[in-house]
Design a binder for this molecule. Structure first.
Ligand code: KG4
Ligand code: ZN
Length: 359
């Protein structure tokens, strides 16, 4: 059984063909990074326009690379939310038209469920069994959620961010310091060059659910740190670097980033990693997790991977490979297989749902 997955919820136009929830036949991702980079974040109108431009060639490439035609598919799966409405609409409308033209079943997938399935697919591909219940931490630019997964398709929300998502905090701190979007990968590359204890952040104590996250206080602390220093010239040097070189290497960034700023970046990353793992550890204990899954764009973070490996979860901790951590359509197709089995198909009334929840 082959499913074509389509993902357009944010700033990546992606299509992939997956066979039997375990074999990736193709995985095509057209990134809009160069479009949004200079704005410091995703500009929704530009994102929709770029999706419109990319969707036809991206799906065509995915089918070609998989060596199959629409007639070889069992279904088309598409992200229905959460995400940017204008962006989601492009994928949904295109998926609907393919299904209508070829009489294929249409499957709507929650983007966060996709991130979790990226890990389940890779485990299945390697012939590794994943024991349930699973604690899933989904940390990306749009969400930071902890889910209890009793079995595939059964989710219970344990905690979520009350303000910024973890990736959003990375992106905002990077932007504040003159780095382009997305800031997460840049901070990740520079953090090992700074002292993670160089800057001390005191985190506000939160009332209510102890498994909820909050990153806005940390962001404000970074804003204060920047305001207390005269960084205008330093920040302008970095902006100028990007104007001349859209993809600077680590050495280029190091040449325009003094030790004090590297210490700040390392300390900021360390704090985010500590916060993510502290709550994931507490959640895993509360629900007696047999496996921990950490996925979403922030799961690419080397500091997080290293810290998770030495954290005392008492059960296996699984990350997707970096290519399947950030947004892709393999994960959307993978998440659709259990729905195909249950014949859980969407109708023509499938709509883009910006705030779709998983549980
Ligand atoms: O999952 P994703 O591709 O899109 C959303 O669903 O939001 O995640 C993108 C987010 C961005 O905020 C980006 O800065 C962050 O993931 N990210 C990282 C790293 N790579 C991507 N954050 C920290 N370290 C990284 N290496
Ligand atoms: Zn995502």
């Amino acid at each position: 059984m082959r499913i074509l997955g389509i993902e357009t919820s944010c700033d990546e136009t992606a299509a992939a063909v997956v066979e039997d929830a375990r074999a990736i036949l193709s995985n095509v991702v057209a990134s809009q990074m160069t479009t949004h980079g200079k704005y410091g974040g995703v500009v929704p109108e530009l994102a929709s326009r770029e999706h419109l431009r990319a969707i036809v060639p991206v799906v065509r490439d995915a089918l070609e690379q998989a060596g199959c035609s629409l007639a070889d598919l069992s279904a088309v799966a598409v992200t229905e939310g959460p995400g940017l409405v204008g962006s989601l609409l492009v994928g949904i409308t295109y998926a609907k038209s393919l299904c209508f033209a070829k009489s294929l079943p249409l499957i709507g997938v929650n983007h966060m469920e996709g991130h979790i399935h990226a890990v389940l697919l890779e485990a299945a591909a390697d012939g590794r069994q994943v024991l349930f219940p699973v604690l899933a931490l989904v940390a990306s630019g749009g969400h930071t959620h902890l889910f209890e997964v009793r079995e595939p398709g059964q989710y219970r929300l344990l905690g979520r961010t009350r303000d910024d998502a973890a990736g959003e905090a990375f992106d905002k701190v990077a932007k504040l310091l003159g780095f382009p979007y997305p800031g997460g990968p840049i901070i990740d590359r520079l953090a090992p060059h700074g002292d993670p204890h160089g800057v001390r952040f005191t985190l506000a104590k939160m009332k209510g659910n102890p498994l909820d996250f909050s990153f806005s206080g940390l962001k404000t602390a970074v804003v204060r740190w920047v305001e207390q220093r005269d960084l205008a010239a330093e920040i302008e040097t970095r902006r100028a670097l990007v104007r001349h070189n859209p993809a600077p290497a680590r050495e280029d960034w190091l040449a325009v980033t003094p030790k004090s700023t590297l210490d700040l970046l390392a300390s900021f990353q360390q704090t985010v990693v500590d916060e993510l793992l502290r709550r994931a550890l507490a959640a895993a204990e509360v629900m007696d997790a047999e496996t921990v899954i950490i996925s979403g764009g922030v799961a690419c973070n080397a500091g997080l991977r290293k810290a998770a490996a030495s954290a005392r979860f008492g059960c296996p901790v699984l990350f997707p490979t970096p290519a399947l951590s950030t947004d892709n359509a393999v994960m959307i197709a993978a998440a659709a297989f259990p729905k195909l089995e249950r014949k859980q198909f969407a109708g023509w009334d499938l709509r883009a749902r910006a705030h779709l929840t998983l549980a």
